[in-house]
Design a protein around this ligand. Structure first.
Ligand code: C2E
Ligand code: CA
Ligand code: CA
Length: 897
């Protein structure tokens, strides 16, 4: 891409990034800057800081807006709907058009990664244009004239003229792209004043009525400028000359006998040059320069220079006026046409005899008829038959009398479907009061979309589910909190997360994941409906990923929230569509109430989130209210995390071993290594409480390596302690499975001196089904090394049979949750039989874990399950205690001593 640095004179287009304002202040959503802090022209970028420390850009607010609403917080001043931001590479042309057309003080600029990088205001936009022009100008003319203040004291006239013509050319160029701006005139005037070494300069621009609309000055104080704001209205020499549009060049002005006409308080002037800004007899304004800095007088050359400048200015202004006028007329037409065509409301125009002459696109969408099918026919073609003659008679009566009718009416679509619409009809009359057209505008009341403009839909809604997004959600939540406060009720926030969604997405693909999210959105929306309607302010939003939120207003207390949570869980008992099959999914909900648990948006969200987290720990498919205790738990989590960092060095981890038994002969064949953490203050901590932390912190890699090595070393001891060689089973977590696993294992095995056939790895089902291609590759390598891998917790994830076939694995381990309910009649029993059948079909072995009772053992045996593990055979024990397993046979429904 070429830019201005490569081509100093090239006219590469400026873009938004190059016009960012430096008058930008970053502010928090609930800030309310004081009047004293406000600087005119300042823009505030308003951010909401989310609990995770992520800042969410809400929008821009101008200092003028703040000044007008001093009691409101910034979040409430962010305009609604928020104007779409521009990309940093958007050409300034487009930025400028949007600022003008949408009447915005500023536009937000985002980069490729979707981060807010700043804002463009009208002033910063002009600054950028001017800066570019100045650069071009000095590039073009640096050999002829220095334009900076330390310029050559006496440039020749031709040099001056040249640089002036460059200046005016650039003025024209700028004016072609932007409206006449005070700012722009100021810089031109300053430039001219400097060029001619004048002490004061002023430009008065007239409006279309010939009144001074803009008075721009340089070298004068504000006070002085105010005093000379009144013009010498035709009085005295100056007044008369100006009235006649004459040029004036006066020396020793104050001595001139006819120098009257200056208002009192006008600064003393010796030397004046006044030129009218006019073209073809039309005057647009006047330009004055006063007093040379060196005490000299303006000469004829100066006058010519100024006249040239004034000419150009006149041309520019005329162009702008013309363009402006034309643009306004064109724009009006364009707006009318585009409103007609893009309106989400159906529009129908008939002639005086009610024959349809014109319809818009929305009408064809709503009614289902094409344009050709309706033009020339009568609107009665849409009649539903629901209204009697009286209804229509009254409509016509009202149209005749007042030229207007409005009301709800039932009409019929082409499909035959009857739907309600809100219709307003206006009779258009000519000068003689004869009706020439009827214009009907209607909104389809059956579609909830009819109020949402496209822009609003894009910015505030989630594309996939059409639910409000996080941004919109925060708005709603803020309102709900305020309302609850005002009405002495509670508002509930239900934070909702789909259990194991990631697994679903990874297993079935994003398309099915997306469809699922849409179905979830639909069901949640239904949960908020009572008698087919949603109460005002009650909202379902999608916060991203598989996270949803429900806002429920007007609650008496937790009991009411309870009911809603139950309703939601109930809604999930029906299976969902997964492609062409159906499956059940579950959700976990965290609930926080306002004002009970929090009185601001962030705290409420944080508390609901914590409650959700807690509910997940309780075992998913459940809901949990926020309570202060969760906070405590959470800080425990943080403390634990801290301690974990030192645990490995301090040798606080140890391994326990649980036997795996061959169900056919009762012999122990292998030991599963299960990690334990002996915390100095808290005692033994079970892995469920810290393995997830290890994974979150990345500590799982060093700790996992330690487990592998320790297990391999201990495996060599089994033979010595128990008299027979056993293999060892090690659990793997996701991170380990990816990270150079085979290399590490190869290294450990050779260092310890253990045969690969004695090491088994356990991989959970959900883990195996993530990134399947990678899994297949690693499993192939492990198989090549001679290491067996089994799929752990089988039955809890979502296995795909075709993948299972491609995995080089040796066994499936049925999750203990099924074994708990193992008996012939139950569903669990059926699942166990199905898994065993599947394993046999795939030529895999089956292990049952969590075997606790002789009945379970009997059931498993009778269904030809190969191996078993569980308290029935032995609890996990440290290496030092496994000697007690020696010589045990476990084939008669319990350990035999
Ligand atoms: P897992 O791999 O499913 O391990 C089996 C869990 O069931 C063990 O819990 C074990 O003590 C328990 N268990 C064994 N027999 C019975 C029984 O008859 N009834 C019941 N109710 N439970 C039984 P533990 O030791 O608390 O381990 C929990 C989980 O932590 C393991 O589940 C495994 O996923 C993970 N884990 C343990 N050690 C490691 C490790 O070294 N690395 C990794 N990545 N994860 C580990
Ligand atoms: Ca395991
Ligand atoms: Ca398991």
């Amino acid at each position: 891409m070429s830019d201005s640095t490569n081509h100093p004179i090239g006219r590469s287009r400026l873009c938004a990034r190059e016009a960012l304002t430096d008058q930008l202040t970053r502010a928090k959503a609930d800030d309310r800057p004081s009047r004293e802090e406000l600087e005119p022209g300042c823009i505030y970028s308003v951010f909401d800081v989310l609990p995770a420390g992520i800042s969410l850009f809400l929008g821009l607010v101008s200092s003028e807006q703040i000044a007008r609403n001093p009691d409101q917080i910034l979040a409430d001043l962010v305009v609604d709907p928020i104007p779409a931001p521009v990309h940093e590479n958007t050409p300034l042309e487009i930025v400028k058009n949007r600022l003008e057309n949408e009447h915005l003080a500023a536009l937000a600029v985002f980069n490729d990664s979707g981060d807010f990088i700043g804002a463009v205001t009208r002033t910063s936009l002009i600054d950028a244009l001017l800066k570019r022009e100045k650069e071009l100008l000095s590039d073009e003319s640096h050999r002829h004239a220095e334009l900076s203040t330390n310029r050559d004291p006496s440039p020749s006239w031709s040099e001056q003229l040249r640089s002036l013509s460059l200046a005016t050319r650039s003025l024209l160029r700028i004016m072609n792209t932007i409206k006449l701006e005070r700012h722009l005139l100021e810089s031109s005037l300053e430039y001219l004043t400097r060029l001619l070494s004048a002490r004061y300069g002023a430009i008065g621009i007239f409006d279309e009525q010939g009144q001074v609309a803009e008075f721009i000055y340089t070298g004068l104080s504000e006070e002085q400028a105010q005093r000379i704001e009144h013009w010498p209205e035709g009085k005295g020499l100056l007044g008369r000359a100006l009235a006649r549009n004459q040029f004036l060049r006066l020396q020793n002005l104050h001595e001139h006998p006819h120098a009257a006409g200056f208002p009192p308080g006008h600064p003393p002037m010796r030397n004046l040059l006044a030129v009218s800004i006019s073209h073809n007899g039309e005057t647009y304004g006047r330009l004055y320069l006063c007093d040379k800095t060196d005490g000299g007088f303006f000469d004829g050359d100066d006058e010519l220079l100024v006249a040239t400048f004034a000419d150009t200015l006149a041309l520019a202004i005329r162009n702008i006026w013309n363009k402006e006028g034309r643009r306004r007329a064109e724009e009006q037409l364009r707006i009318a046409a585009s409103v007609f065509e893009t309106s989400s409301e159906g529009i129908l125009i008939t002639d005086a005899k009610a024959n349809i002459v014109m319809v818009n696109r929305a009408l064809t969408t709503i009614t289902g008829y094409s344009k050709d099918e309706v033009i020339g026919r009568k609107p009665s073609m849409f009649s539903s038959g629901r209204h009697d003659r009286k209804f229509y008679r009254q409509m016509w009566l009202s149209l005749d009398e007042s030229g207007q009718w409005q009301g709800e009416i039932w009409n019929k679509r082409k499909s035959g479907e009857i739907y309600p619409e809100w219709l307003s009809i206006t009779a258009l009359k000519d000068d003689g009061h004869q009706v020439i057209r009827y214009i009907g505008v209607f909104a389809d009341l059956s579609s909830r979309k009819f109020t949402n403009s496209l822009v609003d839909q894009l910015i505030n809604h989630d594309h996939l589910t059409e639910l409000p997004n996080r941004l919109m959600f925060r708005n709603h939540l803020k309102k709900a909190i305020l309302r609850a406060h005002g009405e002495r009720k509670q508002a509930a926030l239900l934070y909702l997360d789909i259990d194991r969604f990631k697994t679903i997405n990874d297993t079935f693909g994003h398309q099915i994941g997306d469809r699922l999210l849409q179905q979830v959105a639909e069901r949640l929306t239904k949960c908020l409906r009572e008698n087919g309607r949603t109460r005002r302010g009650d909202v379902v939003a999608r916060l991203g990923g598989d996270e949803f939120a429900l806002i429920v207003n007007d609650l008496g207390g937790p009991d009411d929230a309870n009911k809603i949570a139950q309703r939601v869980l109930e809604a999930f008992t029906e299976p969902f569509l997964f492609g062409d099959r159906t499956r059940r999914i579950t959700v976990t909900i965290g609930i926080a109430l306002s004002p009970r648990d929090a009185e601001n948006v962030d705290d409420l969200i944080r508390h609901a989130d914590l409650a959700m987290y807690d509910a997940k720990h309780q075992g998913r498919n459940t809901y949990q209210f926020y309570s202060g205790k969760i906070h405590e738990k959470n800080s425990t989590r943080l403390d634990l995390e801290n301690d974990l960092y030192n645990a490995l060095e301090r040798r606080e981890f140890s391994l326990h071993y649980q036997p795996q038994v061959d169900l056919r002969n009762g012999r122990i064949v292998s030991m599963e290594a299960l990690i334990r953490w002996n915390h100095p203050d808290r005692g033994m901590i079970p892995p469920d409480q810290f393995v997830p932390l290890l994974e979150d912190t990345g500590l799982i890699n060093p700790v996992g390596d330690w487990v592998l090595e320790q297990a391999c070393r201990d495996c060599l001891q089994f033979g010595k302690i128990l008299g027979t060689d056993l293999s060892v089973s090690v659990n793997l977590s996701g991170h380990q499975f990816r990270n150079n696993l085979t290399k590490i294992i190869g290294y450990i095995l050779s260092r310890v001196g253990l045969s690969p056939s004695r090491l088994k790895l356990e991989l959970t089902e959900s883990l195996a089904m993530q990134q399947v291609q990678e899994t297949i590759a690693v499993l192939d390598q492990l198989a090549d090394m001679g290491i067996d891998v089994l799929i752990d917790d089988f039955g809890t994830g979502y296995s795909s049979l075709s993948y299972l076939r491609q995995f080089k694995i040796s066994a499936l381990k049925i999750d203990k949750s099924f074994i708990a309910g193992a008996c012939l009649e139950t569903d669990d029993g059926k699942i166990i039989r199905a898994i065993i059948g599947l394993a046999h079909n795939l030529n895999l072995q089956v292990v049952a874990e969590g075997v606790e009772s002789p009945e379970q053992l009997e059931f498993l045996r009778s269904h030809h399950c190969h191996f078993g593990q569980g308290y029935l055979f032995g609890r996990p024990l440290p290496l030092s205690e496994i000697a007690q397993l020696a010589g045990r046979r476990m084939d008669r429904g319990g350990p035999l001593n």
